[in-house]
Design a protein around this ligand. Structure first.
Ligand code: PEP
Ligand code: MN
Length: 341
């Protein structure tokens, strides 16, 4: 439930409410807005029922949160959208985040070349996998630690913050040394111990929707991260599995406005993995931007025909500046400007 404080509530009254929530065995999540201060009491029903906070000094009203996800719900932020900063770049609200880079870090030359190109074209963040979730155990699994080192070099040279996937909790400390955003891959969306640990790390997270997961399941996965006090979660639609076989996955663009109705969290779209084909990446990106996505994560490679992984869907680096320009125009239709502005 949410405890909405009166505008006149004192710090002591607020503290008394927080103490009461904790004493009842529930968790208190404080959200101080400009106009209203709200305490989210999260816990099992029995604990919450024991609170009896109606009429408490400084309390205006008690509002139950009816959805199974609480901290991720629109209601929890009383309608205000989340905006947070990643190394000085704003995500969410009016800001459009362009995350670009190769599927996987392959070599120093490929990584640095791509990073320079996407930086020059105005990308907000640089993506690249050092640990890759591959369908085949015989396929290239990523450069691992060496890949992280190359990402650090790309960050040092271009100043772009890094988005990279954490696949295995044993690599958390090393990934934390480089990653400004931890990517949780579609296959890991249901790895609840991984989600909780990323939550505890406090590092911003990009949470990809599992190809067979509902929006409610995605929001429950986000809740695992938020519950640990980490508020910087981006939701990512990257295509779901349907009966259609003409393209790799079906990009669920309806998820964008619907997620934004259900949750205050920013929504990012990945057209690359949904399409699996370069020719579809531009139209899907334009549509995603126009439908109100808070950003895009897209794969770019200087020579896609040589890419070890996901070459057929990678945008050609030389064409990336033109791509950004067109996507930016579509984002403007939805009232957003490329971050940083
Ligand atoms: C990726 O972003 O490189 C990736 C593997 O994506 P997904 O987890 O969505 O398949
Ligand atoms: Mn990929």
């Amino acid at each position: 439930m949410m405890i909405v404080m009166k505008p006149t509530a004192t710090d002591e009254e607020l503290q008394a409410v927080l103490d009461r929530v904790e004493a009842a065995g529930a968790r208190a999540h404080l959200s101080r807005g400009e106009e209203v201060t709200v305490v989210g009491a999260i816990g099992d029903r029995e604990h919450i029922a024991r609170l009896e906070l109606e009429g408490f000094p400084g309390v205006d009203r008690i509002v139950p949160i009816l959805k199974p996800y609480k901290l991720a719900s629109t209601q929890f932020k009383h309608g205000v959208r989340s905006v947070f900063e990643i190394a000085g770049r704003k995500v969410g609200g009016q800001h459009f985040t362009m995350i670009a880079g190769p599927c996987t870090v392959e070599s120093r030359a490929q990584t640095l070349e791509t990073a320079r190109t996407v930086r020059d074209a105005g990308a907000t963040l640089f993506r690249g996998g050092a640990y890759k979730p591959r369908t085949s155990p015989y396929a290239f699994q990523g450069l691992g630690q060496e890949g992280l080192r190359l990402l650090q070099e790309a960050k040092d040279e271009t100043g772009l913050p890094i988005v990279t996937e954490l696949l295995d909790l044993r690599d958390l400390d090393q990934v934390l040394e480089v990653a400004d955003v931890i990517q949780i891959g579609a296959r890991s969306m249901n790895n609840y111990t991984l989600l909780a640990e990323v939550g505890r790390s406090g590092r911003p997270a990009l949470l990809k929707r599992g190809p067979a997961s509902t929006l409610e399941e995605l929001l429950m996965a986000a809740e695992y991260i938020l519950k640990e006090g980490n508020e910087a979660v981006m939701l990512c639609e990257r295509g779901i599995r349907t009966f259609e076989t003409a393209y790799r996955y079906t990009l669920d663009l309806t998820a964008v406005p619907v997620l934004k109705q259900l949750s205050h969290l920013p929504v990012i779209v990945d057209p690359s993995h949904a399409a699996g084909r370069r020719d579809l990446v531009m139209p899907l990106s334009l549509a995603a931007a126009a439908v109100g996505a808070d950003g895009i994560i897209v794969e770019v490679h200087p020579r896609p025909e040589e890419a070890i992984c996901d070459g057929p869907q990678a945008l050609v680096a030389d064409e990336f500046a033109d791509y950004v320009e067109r996507v930016q125009a579509a984002a403007a239709l939805a009232g957003k400007a490329l971050s940083p502005v």
